[in-house]
Structures are given as C-alpha cells and as structure tokens.
Design a protein around this ligand. Structure first.
Ligand SMILES: Nc1ncnc2c1ncn2[C@@H]1O[C@H](COP(=O)(O)OP(=O)(O)OP(=O)(O)O)[C@@H](O)[C@H]1O
Length: 294
C-alpha cells in the first residue's frame, strides 16, 4: 500500500509490505533527493541506539511528516537535520552539502514558540531577517517582515509583544519568522501540539496555503494522524527500539507511506475523499500493532 517508490500514485496502490518495498526505498534514499539522510543512528547509551539505519530522502517542495510513539527518536532526528545535534553514525546531505551545524538555510519551529518576550512581533521577526540579510536597509527589513506577518494574518498585532498574544497567535509568529528567512527547508516539531482543536485546524489550513504558495520543503513531526494525512505528501512511520528474544533492536523507519489523496485536499473535504479511511486505518494499525514491536 502506498509504497515509497519514484512513482507517486494518485489513488491507493495495492498493498506492498515493508519487506517487499524496503530495498527500493533504500536504493532511492541514497541516490535522489534534495535532502538525503543515509543510515543515521543515534545512541545516547552505547549498546542501545534509539534508532539505527534510518535512510530517507525529501524532494524539493515536498512535505514529509514523521509519526511514531513517544521516545522513538523523532525529535532527535529533527535536531540532527537542523544541525542542533549530531548523529552517532550516518550522514545528512542538504542541497549537496553535509549538515554539520545550525544554519539559516533551515528554519525550525518547536512546540514552544521561543519568541523573545521583550520584543514585539515585528522586532522578533526583524531580528531573524537581519541575521539572514545583514546588509538590508531598515525599510527593506520592514517591508519583508510585514509581508510575512500578513501571510499568517497577524498584521493588526504586528506591534504587540508575545505576552499580549494568544497561544495560537504566538505560534503563527513562530511560523512567520521561520518562513521569513526563506530557508531551504522548514523543520517543524509538533508546532500545533499545544493548541486547542479549533485554532490548530485554522493554522493547519494557513500553513498548508503558505507551503503551497512558497513551494517550501517541510519535515514535520506530529502525533496527529489526520494532521499528517492533511499536510503530508509522504508519511514516515517510525518504530520504537525494543527488547526482543534475540536481543535489543533499535527503532527505525518501518514504512514510508505515500499519501494518495489529491494535493488540493482541505480539512473539511478530507474524510469524504476516496482512500481516506483506508489510509487512516493503515497508519492507526501501525501505531497500535507494529510501532512498538518490529
Ligand atoms: N540528551 C539526551 N540524553 C539521553 N537520552 C536522550 C537525550 N535526548 C533524548 N534522549 C532519549 O532518546 C529517546 C528519543 O527521544 P526523542 O525526544 O527524540 O523522542 P520523540 O520520538 O521525539 O518523543 P516525543 O514524541 O515524546 O517527543 C528517548 O528515550 C529520550 O529519553
């Protein structure tokens, strides 16, 4: 089902098991893609890597979500992609260059918005823009900041400080800031995790519109199956490390699911689309039966 090969089907393809499509995934993982992750592993405790042999790629303009139970290593992978942490082994190549530290080429949004509380919305975003383009004049910075604040619908609040904003508004500022530096890749770690369902839905729609408009490449962690189905072109299903009768087995990418739903989907239309329930059930089944015992 929805196997990760070069061809992206428009309708659900017949079921392909992990075992049968894994070799194809590995071959494509190291030869194609704007972002190439090759045999990544991370061990905080030497004998028990959290995950091992993690290989996948992202094409330019692609939106990929990773889903898996708590502790499987999603944030660790995202931190390695961001250059905020190092892997124990393996490589990350973005746009032909190895990721070896943080860079303004990668915008990161965490669950906690991480805004500077003493600065206004405008100043928070301008800070990032000035870091990216130190030679820009104030008027240039202002115009650029205003454009991205408008994109997330926050123009009326541009001169407010974070303490004067709701949780959803703060998260929008974080998203505007990440987009404003026009990174080559956006890394999102459960950016809507702390928001109520209504706000979450609205911002999901906004994010999707901006991503489509800017052709942004996105890697996002989520625990929400519907969020992944709405936003992602592909969904990486990640298993946890676990003890087996043969000994400890590290976690890893158990399966890559290609989203067969039309890209123009919306939250409102999602559950009316052919293939939605099959896709959802497949992911939920993975989380219930396979994610912790592979
Ligand atoms: N700095 C660290 N030192 C030691 N262990 C760590 C460190 N960071 C993470 N871990 C461990 O590595 C494992 C993976 O953590 P990580 O935060 O990447 O998981 P996750 O899948 O993102 O979880 P969640 O969904 O709960 O955020 C966990 O068991 C965690 O305790």
């Amino acid at each position: 089902m929805w196997s990760d090969v070069a061809q992206r089907p428009a309708v659900p393809a017949p079921l392909a098991t992990d075992a049968t499509d894994a070799p194809q995934r590995k071959a494509s993982a190291v030869t194609q893609g704007f972002l190439q992750i090759d045999r990544l592993s991370k061990a905080f405790v030497p004998a028990k890597p959290v995950f091992a042999d993690v290989s996948f790629t992202l094409d330019k303009g692609e939106f990929v979500c990773i889903i898996g139970h708590s502790g499987c290593g999603k944030t660790t992978i995202l931190n390695v992609l961001a250059g905020l942490d190092t892997a124990t082994s393996g490589t990350v190549i973005m746009d032909g260059r190895e990721v070896a530290g943080p860079s303004l080429d990668r915008g990161v949004v965490f669950q906690s918005h991480a805004l500077m509380p003493w600065l206004t919305v405008r100043q928070n975003i301008a800070f990032a823009v000035k870091s990216r383009w130190p030679d820009w004049k104030k008027s240039q910075v202002d115009t650029h900041v205003e454009k991205f604040v408008a994109l997330v619908g926050l123009s009326p609040a541009i001169d407010k400080k974070p303490s004067q904003l709701s949780g959803g508004m703060k998260q929008r500022v974080g998203i505007a800031r990440a987009f404003s530096i026009q990174p080559k890749m956006l890394l999102l770690d459960e950016p809507f995790g702390a928001l109520d369902a209504l706000t979450r839905g609205t911002i999901q729609d906004e994010l999707m519109a901006i991503v489509r408009q800017t052709q942004q490449t996105v890697f996002m962690i989520t625990h929400d199956v519907d969020e992944a189905i709405l936003l992602a072109d592909r969904i990486l299903l990640m298993s946890n490390g676990n003890e087996t009768p043969e000994g400890y087995r590290p976690g890893g990418i158990a399966e890559v699911v290609v989203n067969p739903l039309p890209r123009e989907r919306t939250r409102a239309s999602l559950h009316h689309l052919d293939g939605y329930y099959a896709l959802r059930n497949h992911i939920v089944d993975f989380l219930v039966t396979r994610a912790k015992a592979h």
